[in-house]
Design a protein around this ligand. Structure first.
Ligand SMILES: [Zn+2]
Length: 301
């Protein structure tokens, strides 16, 4: 009897394998997914070169949200399309997690790092960032790099509208009118270097919040040392000696090629100057502004 049941089981197994020739790869898919699930739930401290350890704030509500997303990424099965056809599920074995491709820098416009941590841990604020850097150089991580924080808001860069989906947000604890401390910038550059290497982020994809939302945002402020960052391989900076732009140079087109939304040109020029001509933040299009746009435009090509 036992033997008969065993034979039946084997028969069923063969039959089921016959109906789904992809059973073996399906197992591999699930195993690979498990590794990726662990990766997005990772929250141990990592050591940055030259600065102290990062800390991730982990609590029950963070874990609860994470649990929901691990469900989302493990979902398989069929979906019905508009034309009535069902998609068929056959898991591939070649995949990994999508990577961020931009880093967006902000200043918190708040008075202390504790205030910002509180803002990012209250559901009603609906805002967050991956990292906050204190003016003492302390680095707090609040979200795994692979997950989507809510720091960019409405804005765009080039043709990309959903900047939260492809970026890491870094908030600098700064009220918007004070200088950025050396310790803070040293930690920022150490973090940028780690992220840039890990995700292969091009230097021109390290930009400010005002760059992607010129009509709404003014961070980081004109006191932010973009020049120092660029000297260290993060972001762009115009040439010291500006080459005169050709007489037919189209600044609107150039700003678009750099990435700016030019719907509100005055706001765009102001955001450009906030980043690249920091001692002259206005919407005036003088010769220096044109030649600076030309310099950045050439570096963006
Ligand atoms: Zn911001």
């Amino acid at each position: 009897m036992k033997n008969a049941i065993y034979s039946l089981f084997i028969l069923l197994l063969i039959a089921s394998c016959g109906s789904n020739p992809h059973k073996a790869t399906e197992k591999e898919y699930i195993e690979k997914l498990k590794v990726l699930k662990d990766k997005i739930s990772e929250h141990e401290s990592k050591t940055l070169p030259v600065v102290s350890k990062t800390v991730i704030s982990i609590d029950t509500s963070y874990s609860n949200v994470l649990y929901r997303f691990s469900d989302t990424i493990t979902k398989t099965g069929n979906k019905t399309l508009q034309n009535g056809r069902e998609t068929e599920w056959i898991g591939t074995v070649n995949f990994n997690l999508r990577k961020p491709n931009f880093i967006i820098l902000h200043h918190t416009a708040q008075d202390s790092i504790e205030q910002t941590i509180r803002t990012f841990t209250l559901t009603r604020t609906q805002v967050s960032a991956h990292y906050i850097i204190g003016d003492d150089g302390r680095v707090i991580q609040m979200l795994n790099d692979y997950l989507r924080a809510w720091h960019a808001g409405t804005g765009s860069w080039g043709k990309i509208k959903d900047m939260n989906s492809n970026s890491i947000g870094i908030e600098l604890d700064n009220n918007g009118s004070e200088p950025f401390s050396e310790a803070q910038i040293t930690s920022l550059m150490a973090l940028l270097s780690k992220l840039q290497k890990e995700f292969n982020i091009p230097k021109e994809n390290i930009i400010g919040h005002a760059d992607i939302a010129p009509s709404r945002k003014k961070d980081p402020s004109a006191l932010f040392p973009w020049k120092t960052l660029s000297e260290n391989g993060f972001g762009l900076w115009p040439d010291d000696t500006l080459e005169p732009a050709p007489s037919d140079f189209n600044i609107v087109q150039a700003l678009r090629i750099i990435g700016y939304d030019t719907n509100n040109l005055k706001a765009t020029i102001t955001a450009f100057k906030l980043h690249y001509i920091q001692n002259e933040v206005d919407s005036v299009i003088d010769e220096k502004t044109i030649n600076t746009i030309y310099s950045i435009y050439k570096k963006s090509l």
